[in-house]
Design a protein around this ligand. Structure first.
Ligand code: ADE
Length: 248
């Protein structure tokens, strides 16, 4: 079983490549893919860059060229849900694209050709990630968030939405949430890649799971909070959670 670990930014994965044994890197179509072994698992690491197209392209290459049989995304997201605070971790249970709008031909948010807006994450893989996240939160993570003056972090599980926008105002959060709620969807977090990877994995019938630490609240200070979190804590979460997950 070859497991792919995918992130958008280097900081969302920094430190994981150094844990691999028998590592070998290949550059292909503008991305670097690093294959190796981690706690007895065959893994391939990749950085997609930002946005849904970059993520879909990278996911397809992971599957087609590097033989990935499951993809796990590690990264950061903006918190949308009530009580989803900076420093918390969201394990996605499903994904939707908040900027998909082929209405009035198709219902708002529905992905044409799929008959649905939501793509479920793999339940077993997500459960494994959730255990790893809980272990991380129970050990080191409170010290990391304390460094940023934040309370002890918590885990959340639910819908995450993706779109090709960095959401950075309270007004946009309000509009995003009410649009989704109008069709019965309540999102915990927003980012820019996961739903694309979920769709590619669905096309190939492969399991997908994602964990996103919350770097900002997608509000008017998101552009200030995001870089601080990404540069300080994001990679610690990624390394600790991946280690816990694969050592289990
Ligand atoms: N990733 C992290 N924070 C985000 C935000 N506010 N909007 C979109 N993607 C994000």
């Amino acid at each position: 079983m070859i497991l792919a670990i995918l992130s958008a930014l280097p900081e969302e994965q920094a430190g994981i490549a150094a844990l691999l044994s028998d590592a070998s890197a290949t550059d292909y179509a503008g991305r670097r893919y690093t294959c190796g072994q981690l706690h007895g698992h065959a893994v391939v690491l990749a950085l997609s860059g930002i946005g849904k197209v970059a993520a879909a392209s990278t996911a397809a290459t992971l599957i087609e060229r590097f033989g990935a049989q499951a993809i796990v995304f590690t990264g950061v997201a903006g918190g949308l849900g009530d009580g989803v605070q900076v420093g918390d971790v969201v394990v996605a249970s499903s994904y939707a694209q908040h900027d998909m709008d082929a209405s009035p031909i198709f219902p708002r948010y529905e992905v044409p050709g799929y008959g649905r807006a939501r793509f479920d994450c793999d339940a077993a893989l997500s459960a494994q990630l959730a255990v790893a996240v809980q272990q991380c939160l129970a050990s080191d993570a409170a010290a990391w968030t304390a460094e940023l003056g934040l309370p002890a972090p918590r885990m959340h599980q639910g819908l995450v939405v993706s779109g090709d926008r960095f959401v950075s105002s309270a007004a946009e959060v309000q509009a995003l949430r009410s649009g989704l709620q109008a069709v019965g969807m309540d999102a915990l977090a927003v980012e820019m890649e996961g739903a694309a990877v979920a769709q590619v994995c669905a096309d190939h019938g492969l399991p997908f799971a994602a964990m996103r630490s919350i770097s900002d609240r997608a509000d008017d200070s998101a552009h200030l909070d995001f870089p601080v979190f990404v540069q300080t804590v994001a990679s610690r979460y990624a390394v600790a959670i991946v280690q816990q997950w694969l050592a289990a």
